[in-house]
Design a protein. Structure first.
Length: 366
């Protein structure tokens, strides 16, 4: 099935290229033999050049449509090109081979199947089996299940629609139902097990950590930084200092408020004026901030507040007899001081200073 879809996409791209080539008057260029697929005829990537006029020289090796001496010849050439382009476009949409029988019924032939065009369902059937529908279905399924929509409700809908379009080409309405079911099931499983694209992961983590919403281009830039510096780990890249600075600028440019990090050092400024002490605001990206303090702000204007890193904690471990003395409030006892002095004297710690204090009080030793 993948081989057939790939072949259809190849033919669709060739037909689309022929449309653009025909509009520009580029002459026929046969498809290379390396692109041939057994059982599939790939159209020439071209449109006929204008008849009856000599081609003009082209510096890049592409023959341009001829322009005759008279305006009529030039108009006829462009008209032929437009007709060829329209024909290629109809083939791309599945409407290139339409005939009318003796009863007046119109029939469209796709591959070895003829479909009557006597109702809306007939037209939908023809267009649904066209190379254009195959290309659209492949793009929807790839983007919804493997691209930026993976793991999202939008991805589920795109996978369902793309699966239905591909299934319709393979098996008609029944194939469309099967393809839609498969696409929906894959999308739901991705949603259930938390599968998401790197861009969506970046958006989710930025929202969670910094309370701001970013667009897809910014998310792609974060993913690129993750691939360059952190082996693809987006969860690490969103905490990068350069990424935080970028997100700060992005939040201000989009009118969002991003909280400052308490782990980032910030400067403080104190000013004495008129016998009073004031705190002067410092700036981050053009916005004034001050620390939480009882000091008034110089100038009296409103400022943001720097986040506090939180209170400091001191942990003390006591064991044995020391625990009993600690509970009793006898942390530094005379016994403790004497034991420490004796230990220092035994280690010759401060012997010179002690001797000088005993013999000549007030003596300063350099």
């Amino acid at each position: 099935m993948n081989t057939a879809v790939t072949a259809q996409n190849t033919a669709a791209i060739a037909a689309l290229t022929a449309v653009m080539a025909g509009a520009s008057g580029v002459p026929a260029i046969a498809a290379p033999s390396a692109m041939s697929v057994p059982g599939l005829s790939i159209p020439a990537i071209s449109a006929p050049a204008a008849a009856g006029a000599a081609p003009a020289a082209s510096p890049v090796g592409i023959a341009l449509p001829g322009i005759g001496a008279s305006g009529g010849a030039m108009g006829a050439g462009w008209a032929a090109n437009l007709r060829a382009s329209w024909s290629n476009l109809k083939s791309f949409a599945g409407l290139g081979n339409i005939t009318t029988d003796s009863q007046g019924t119109r029939w469209a032939t796709i591959g070895n199947q003829s479909i009557p065009l006597d109702s809306f369902s007939g037209w939908a059937n023809v267009i649904g089996r066209s190379p254009a529908a195959g290309m659209a279905g492949s793009m929807l399924a790839m983007n919804g299940l493997l691209g930026s929509g993976a793991g999202t409700w939008r991805g589920i809908m795109e996978g369902t629609a793309g699966g239905a379009m591909l299934g319709f080409q393979a098996g008609g309405p029944l194939g469309a139902a099967i393809g839609a079911s498969i696409g929906a099931e894959i999308g739901l499983f991705e949603k259930l097990f938390g599968v998401e694209s790197p861009e969506n992961e970046a958006k989710r983590l930025v929202k969670q950590l910094y309370s701001i919403n970013i667009d897809t281009q910014t998310a792609k830039q974060i993913v690129s930084i993750a691939q360059q510096k952190y082996a693809g780990h987006v969860s690490v890249a969103v905490r990068d200092p350069d990424v935080r600075k970028m997100l700060m600028l992005y939040s201000q440019a989009t009118g969002q408020k991003m909280p400052l990090s308490a782990a980032t050092p910030q400067s403080a400024s104190l000013v004495e004026m008129g016998g009073r002490l004031y705190q002067q605001a410092t700036y981050v990206n053009g916005m004034p901030y001050t620390f939480q303090s009882n000091l008034p702000v110089l100038g009296g204007y409103a400022t943001g507040t720097y986040p506090s890193p939180g209170p400091m904690m001191l942990q003390v471990n006591v064991q044995g007899q020391g625990a009993a003395q600690f509970v009793a409030g006898q942390v530094v006892t005379p016994e403790f001081v004497q034991a420490q002095w004796s230990s220092a004297a035994a280690g010759s710690n401060g012997r010179l200073q002690n001797s000088a204090v005993i013999q000549q009080p007030g003596l300063v030793i350099a």
